[in-house]
Write a protein that binds this ligand. Structure first.
Ligand SMILES: CC(C)(COP(=O)(O)OP(=O)(O)O)[C@@H](O)C(=O)NCCC(N)=O
Length: 460
């Protein structure tokens, strides 16, 4: 109940030591942390929200002492620098939320770090689900993120290569965490860690046996343009006979496994770390690229067609000739009926089964997809989350691949198109800075060509 919460908090979230005694006071008993963790885990979702709101509100920063110290700094009687630095350091200390000390102590008990990772996952969910609008909860999330970013910095992470010889419990987790191309069975899993494949994960001593982020790589002669050749099941070759057949590393799946570590950029670091691993194993390897899905393209396209249907401007999406071909192929009459027919074809993936429609729609869907990836934005960054991820890393939007993923899922979610985000190693840091600061997308001639074809066709 509520009193129980207040009682627990008052007892285990001890006041911060005074500035003078901040380095001298003994840590509170470990039992405080254990009790807090145990109590929190016993709460329902609602109670957790209530509990964390109280924690962040009543056991955060002492705003009064902050404003007093800030006022002191403004006092221009303050002359010599050492006094100013002193007051600044007091101000800095006064900005430490009271609960931060408890979080630090929790990180030192057994499974404490994992508890804090899961705690941030809960807080992120409260924020994203709008269950909480409290600025204090956002502050708590920020404090957790800064602590976790320190503890999970690259230097403290362990790179592990996953092979068929890895412990079953790790292989089981790799299979369970696979978010991009679900693992079908043991044979499939064995293939993904077998010849001409690499699977790497970051682990952390504080969370043994837990792959934090997993990257799957295919070793190929050149940059893959379709996923079936990578995840299709067929008799595995015994060993990697011919390594000079290997010129490219294709990242075809990456998944982070801890929701609470979102924003800590583990995936980005893992890709860069694995590139270095590949370079040392294959010194002549010069091509590094993703083969990425385009989740959301089909639904975006449906939305655009509905909008055009309403405004009767469908003609700008397809040329007159293309609409005519769709009319004939769907035996529909010009105008909204054809737009509806096209929407239905895309929703049911019917168009894939017709040679004629595929031929008509290839240029249309390719240029629409190029625009979706390159032109559609959210707060200035790429709308598509996978594009945004690789562009933040400094990759180049390099090639759209028609029939890149002919699986039912691939056709339904992105009309079967896949995209290569290519990592030109000497360009990634510059591309990343340009993207993050100026929202400039690095794209290849092929992509820019498709985008300009789209713009010629429509006034978007
Ligand atoms: C793509 C991933 C790995 C990026 O993780 P990361 O580099 O840690 O970025 P962030 O979560 O720190 O912003 C993550 O967002 C994820 O697992 N997405 C779902 C699967 C996918 N590959 O889209």
């Amino acid at each position: 109940g509520v009193t129980g919460m207040e009682e627990i908090l008052a007892r285990v979230v001890v006041p911060l030591p005074t500035y003078e005694t901040r380095d001298k006071s003994p840590p509170p008993p470990e039992s405080n942390s254990l009790e807090f963790m145990h109590f929190y885990k016993s709460l329902t979702k609602e109670e957790k929200l209530n509990f964390l709101t109280k924690l962040s509100q009543d056991f955060g920063v002492d705003h009064k002492s902050v404003s007093e110290l800030a006022a002191k700094l403004l006092d221009n009687q303050l002359r010599d620098l050492s006094t100013i630095l002193q007051v600044e350091d007091r101000l800095r200390y006064s900005l430490t939320p009271r609960y931060k000390q408890l979080l630090n102590h929790i990180s030192r008990v057994e499974n404490g770090v994992k508890f804090l990772v899961d705690l941030r996952a809960d807080v992120l969910e409260m924020i994203s689900s709008k269950a909480s609008e409290s600025p204090h909860i956002r502050d708590l999330s920020g404090t957790l993120k800064s602590l976790l970013s320190e503890w999970f910095s690259v230097g403290l992470l362990q790179l592990e290569r996953i092979t068929w010889q890895s412990p079953c419990e790790i292989l089981q987790k790799i299979s369970q965490y696979e978010a991009v191309h679900p693992v079908r069975n043991w044979t499939d899993l064995k293939r993904r860690v077998g010849p001409y494949r690499r699977c790497y994960a970051f682990t952390h001593a504080a969370m043994p046996g837990e792959p934090l982020v997993v990257l799957h790589v295919a070793l190929t002669e050149d940059i893959s343009d379709n996923i079936q050749s990578i995840v299709r099941e067929f008799a595995t070759v015994d060993s990697e006979e011919d390594v000079n057949k290997v010129n490219a590393a294709i990242f075809y799946s990456i998944s982070s496994t801890q929701a609470g570590l979102q924003g800590v950029e583990l995936g980005n670091y893992l890709i860069k770390r694995v590139v270095r691993e590949m370079q040392s194993e294959f010194p002549h390897m010069a091509q590094f690229s993703s083969l990425s899905p385009i989740p959301g393209f089909s639904s975006w396209l449906q939305g655009v067609l509905v909008q055009y249907r309403k405004e009767g401007r469908g003609s700008e999406l397809l040329s007159e000739q293309e609409w005519k071909e769709v009319e004939q192929a769907t035996d529909s009459s010009p105008g909204t009926q054809t737009v509806d027919a096209l929407r239905k074809l895309i929703a049911t993936s019917e168009w894939m089964r017709s040679e004629r429609l595929s031929r008509v729609l290839e240029p249309v869907l390719m240029r629409l997809c190029a625009w979706y990836l390159y032109g559609e934005k959210r707060r200035g960054y790429a709308l598509n989350p996978v594009a945004n991820f690789h562009l933040q890393n400094g990759a180049t939007m390099w090639r759209l691949n028609w029939l890149g993923d002919t699986s039912p899922r691939g056709v339904a979610s992105s009309c079967g198109i896949m995209v290569n985000y290519r990592y030109f190693l000497n360009k990634t840091s510059q591309n990343s800075a340009l993207y993050l600061q100026n929202k400039v997308i690095a794209a290849s001639e092929q992509v820019l060509g498709l985008v300009s074809q789209f713009q010629k066709n429509s006034k978007l």
